[in-house]
Design a protein around this ligand. Structure first.
Ligand code: FAD
Length: 316
């Protein structure tokens, strides 16, 4: 069974990314956001992990909250950076023990932007994919199913594999050493057992669609979910471009710059992201993954504008 579920509320499968809150006030706000996001029955809500390990405990708290309070599948990000092989093994066990069954295996970025020296003995996301699969096999080598009509008897069945997502980069990874390295990295992650790819954000539908075509012709068969972020202010756009190395999207940058009001800039960002959602869905995307930045209104407005959900009335 794929983690991309047939939707019941939305017209296509959707999923969201949130990050662990920094303080109690942000914690309460995130709980409200999670409840609102859960109401549209997403395939999963993913929770980021700070490379360096500083947010491991807080990530697990958010994952536990999703498990406890919603029926949505939580998906845990994990990074190689900040974790030795032994530390990552212990962490995966802890997440599995908490009931987490889906992961996003990442290499992570060294905190100082430094080179591979900051990575420990786990050097690539592909190795982390294999480790997650191995730890799960050790924790639950098989499952048991009742035999109908034979009380107390159980049949041993093959274990349900954990879902392991990985990152993909439509415009290449900023530190790639040759043009197709990001596609080779994705093939290696698929070979290691990844079941889903989620892309870095991008600003033009063709970035995603042409990347998927290239990945498919190179042999990538796993679903590739487009990661989309509605950007509603010039300062956030500048920060995102700086962090991801994506080329500046000219139209969006100008439209955000000339719009005088906060509300107006929000509408600009929502409309831009909604057009992107429609275009990638029309091009065959298997669903939409939205970077929610711990706020539900903008991402839900984007889905409504794209015709994926019916508009939601906000009372406050
Ligand atoms: P890999 O698949 O191992 O490598 C991908 C690319 O990185 C390769 O193509 C290559 O170009 C380059 N690369 C690989 N090894 C090296 C090396 N030794 N030296 C130089 N370049 C190399 N980061 C976080 O810290 N926490 C998160 O929660 C998080 N969530 C993310 C979610 C998504 C959907 C995406 C797209 C990214 C996320 N990131 C997160 C960022 C990610 O960790 C970085 O982009 C990282 O640089 C690459 O990770 P990867 O798993 O793709 O690495």
């Amino acid at each position: 069974m794929s983690i991309i579920q047939t939707p019941s509320v939305t017209s296509v499968p959707v999923s969201f990314e949130v990050y662990p809150p920094r303080d109690d006030a942000a914690d309460a706000a995130l709980h409200e956001t999670i409840a609102k996001l859960a109401a549209v029955d997403p395939s999963f809500i993913s929770v980021t992990y700070g490379a360096g390990g500083s947010t491991a405990g807080r990530s697990l708290e958010v994952l536990r909250h999703i498990l406890r309070e919603t029926r949505v599948e939580p998906l845990a990000h994990l990074t190689c950076v900040g974790n030795s092989y032994r530390q990552a093994t212990a962490l995966i066990r802890e997440f599995l023990d908490a009931g987490v069954r889906s992961f996003l295996a990442l290499r992570g970025d060294p905190p100082d932007g430094g080179g591979s020296g900051a990575v420990g003995d786990l050097e690539s996301a592909a190795q982390l994919v294999q480790l997650i699969d191995r730890v799960q096999a050790e924790c639950s080598p098989y499952t048991e199913a009742p035999i109908p009509g034979v009380p107390g008897a159980a049949r041993v069945e093959r274990r349900r594999h954990v879902d392991i997502a990985v990152a993909a980069f439509p415009n290449g990874h900023p530190r790639s050493r040759y043009p197709a390295e990001h596609i080779d990295a994705l093939l290696a992650k698929q070979a290691a057992g990844a079941t889903l790819a989620i892309t870095q954000l991008f600003f033009h539908a063709d970035d995603y669609l042409s990347f998927v075509a290239r990945a498919r012709s190179a042999g990538v068969e796993i679903p590739i979910l487009p990661g989309i972020m509605p950007i509603t202010s010039p300062s956030r756009l500048r920060r995102i471009v700086e962090l991801t190395g994506e080329p500046v999207p000219g139209t969006l940058a100008v439209d955000l710059d000339v719009e005088p009001t906060v509300e107006g800039r929000r509408d600009v960002g929502v409309r831009y992201a909604a057009r992107l959602c429609r275009a990638v869905l029309d091009g065959g995307a298997p669903g939409i993954h939205l970077y929610a930045f711990n706020h539900h209104r903008t991402v839900l407005a984007t889905l409504a504008e794209a015709g994926v959900i019916t508009p939601i009335e906000e009372t406050s």
